[in-house]
Structure formats: structure tokens, C-alpha cells
Ligand binder design. Sequence first.
Ligand SMILES: Nc1ncnc2c1ncn2[C@@H]1O[C@H](COP(=O)(O)OP(=O)(O)OP(=O)(O)O)[C@@H](O)[C@H]1O
Ligand SMILES: [Mg+2]
Length: 397
Amino acid sequence: MERRIRVVIADDSEQTRENIAAIFNWEKDIEIVGQARNGMEAVQLVKEKKPDIILMDINMPEMDGIRATEEITEEGLEGSIIIMSIQGEREYIKKAMAAGARDYVVKPFGVKELVDAVRHVYDIDLTKKRKYNTVTAVEKIESKVISVFSTKGGVGKTTLVTNLAVSLANTTGKRVALLDFDLQFGDVAICLNLYVKNSITELIKDIGNIEQESSLVEEYLLTHYSGVKVLAAPLRPENAEYVTADHIKKLIDALRGRYDYILIDTSQGFHDTVITALDASDVIIYMSTLDLPSIKNTKNGLEVMKTLNYSDEKVKLVVNKANESYGIKYADFKSALNVDIWMVIPDDTASVTVSVNNGHPLVSHRKASHVAKRILKLSQFLAGQGAEKKGLLSAIL
Ligand SMILES: Nc1ncnc2c1ncn2[C@@H]1O[C@H](COP(=O)(O)OP(=O)(O)OP(=O)(O)O)[C@@H](O)[C@H]1O
Ligand SMILES: [Mg+2]
């Protein structure tokens, strides 16, 4: 295919824009797709036209070229920026390059100098893009994000999410990542018997680079013997406060397309970091137990989820540690909350406790236990392998 370099010119001088346009008019492989009179217009045009190259003046009204360069870089917009400066703007050029510009030309520039700069930057960045695309084309995966959530602590979120991750990895052979967003007291790493070399605390310091190159995220993940990749929670509770909702969003974005299943453990309740994870999720497994406080909190929590516009399809209710002989029947639970129960996991303290204390997931070392069997069924539903029937009884039977 013939090369066609799409260019946006940003300069407040109409004369300059026209001169450049006239130059490119002679070049078959270069096409002007837009002209901006200031930085703001430039950013807008870049969003709309997705050019290959942006020729950016420094001094412009409303928003200068350096700020516009920063915005284009910060927002991760497509397009390589070439700065057009006048003599004596060395400091500004340095700033612009630090802000993400790829090259610069000094006015008044010659025709050849300008055209060469455009082609040179385009060729280099295209080669990079091609390389990157080949890597990601192989890896590009449609990710399913699954969060395990509850409005009451100790209902079994971590037990479920760790076993679900291992079960998905074992049964599907696909790529599974497990993120511990119980930021103060996360115990995913302990449950999976993993030595924490790096945690989310180290990762967020590198988030800017990860945003640019998502493969860097891998350096912060721990590897479980099942193949599941784990991002551990901070080792100390006081470090939780440094992790923001924005970090959570960027982190999930970096993992999207790299993992088939991105599983998330949460802390109880609606913190802004948790809501960010829930927003990004395709499925929310809402865990509850058959006791009055849990039912009351689950009812309130489900109402909050409605206000967050999460669909009934997205929110799946799982009752854990279930035993009807403790006084509350499944039917009572269902009518109190007016929702279907997606899955019931039986109460089995011995199996769950022994497996955690041995550091071996139930689904690989105690497969015969009822808890493991139900979790396996859940993972099959999530992987689209089991015929998932609607309604309480079908889930239990
Ligand atoms: N099906 C089950 N039967 C019996 N005990 C269970 C079951 N599932 C989990 N438990 C036990 O319940 C306790 C809490 O489990 P877990 O840590 O998984 O809950 P959590 O919701 O992650 O808690 P937290 O809110 O503290 O993060 C643990 O002692 C665990 O062994
Ligand atoms: Mg937990």
C-alpha cells in the first residue's frame, strides 16, 4: 500500500499554515488533514482526525504548543509531534521534547528540512507501531473482568476469587490475572502461598510508563504455580491510601487485552477504588451469607448498585457458607432481596481452612469437596462452558 502521511498543522499565523500547506501540496505522500490556530484546537483536531504527524508551533494564544503537546501525550492520543520553534527557544524546545514531542524544526526552515522531518518521524514511529502491533496482535485478547464484592466482611470473597482464578486457569488454559484490591488487608498472596517481591505499592510508582507500554505491568505480577498472575495488595495497610481510583483504572486498562480473565478481589463496601473496579467489570460476583446482618447489607448494597446503573445481568449473587439448617432458607433469602441466587456454596469450614493453611487451593487439592465442585461450576459458567440456567433451584442442584 502506498504511504500516506496524515498531518495536522497548528500555528496561529495563517500565513505560516498556508506556506506549509503549499509545501505539502507538492508531496504526494503527505496530506494535510486539519489546521489549528491554537493549542486547544490542535488537541481537538488530533482527537477527531487521528493524524500521523502534528506540526506544532510553540507560541500560540489560549493554549500554547507545549501545553497542547502535554495534553496529547497525557491523553495517549495518536500522532507524533514535531515542534516548530523560532531561534532562541531552546528552553521551550527542551520542555516540548520532555512533554512528548518527537522532533523539532527551527523557523525559518527549508522545504526539504520540513519534509524530511515529517517522513523521518513517521517512518521511525511506524516501525515502532508495527513492532508493537505484531506483539499485541498475537496477544490481543478480549478480556473478561470479574470482581468479587460484598457489603459485609468475612463472607468468603478471597476464598472464592483465589479458587476461581486457579480453576479458570486449570480448566480453560487461558491467561488469568488476579488483582488484590483489598488495599489495606489484602490476603490473596498469603492464600496462594506467594512470596511478595512486588505489590501494587511498587507498581503505582511506575504507572506513567505502564500507561505508555502496558507490557511493563508484567514486572509487578507474581506467578502462582497454576499459571495465575497475581498483583498483591500493599504489604502495609498505611500504603493503601496512596493507591487512587485513577491508578486502579489505568491498571485495569493496561491488563485489558493481555489477559482473558482479570479477576479482582475487593474490600468490603463502596470505596472509590472499589467502585472504579466495579465500573470496569463485566461481571460482579456479589457475595452474601445466610444471616440477618448480611441480608440487610446485601439489600442496601444491591440498591446502591441499581443507582450505579449496574444491570441485573452484570451483578450475580452468590451465597457462601450456606446451610439452611442455620435458620434461614434460600427461598426466604430470595424473597427478602427479590433477586435470583446465582450459586450457593456450602458451609465447609474444615475443607476451606485446611486448604488455606496448607497454601493449596481447594480446586486443585480438594477437588472432591462440595465447595470446590461449586467453584468449578462457577468457573465453567464464567468461561461459557456450562449451560447456565436461570433461577435458584437450578443453581443449587
Ligand atoms: N464455604 C465456606 N465454608 C466455611 N468457611 C468458609 C467458606 N468460605 C470461606 N470461609 C471462611 O470464612 C472466613 C472468611 O473468608 P475470606 O477471607 O475468604 O472472606 P473475605 O470476604 O475475603 O473476608 P474480608 O472481608 O476480611 O476480606 C475464612 O476463615 C474462610 O476460611
Ligand atoms: Mg478478603
